[in-house]
Design a protein. Sequence first.
Length: 117
Amino acid sequence: MINTSNLIRQLTPDFCVAPQLDADAMAELAAMGFRSVVNNRPDFEGGPDQPTSASVQAAAEAAGLVYRYLPVNGAYQSPEEIATMARLLQELPGPVLAFCRSGARSTRLFMAATQSP
């Protein structure tokens, strides 16, 4: 079992990012105090062995986490996706953890969603 805490990068007191997480990590995230999880990685982006959003969502909700699926392309996040992320940051109970393949796209999405207009 991977120690999920070693993968997490804190961007603000209430927002962290991580590389790809699987269903088994959800209970650990809840135990660490996270209240919400945002999955920014499209299903099967990394091939058939990647965990699906449905499997991660089921485990997240079983662990008491609020789960949202906002899949975005690694190279481009649309204005609509950025606006959706901004809305999620306002609505979701914190602390929030977002993940993707490496954590970089979740970081870019967070930065774009929290920039002043």
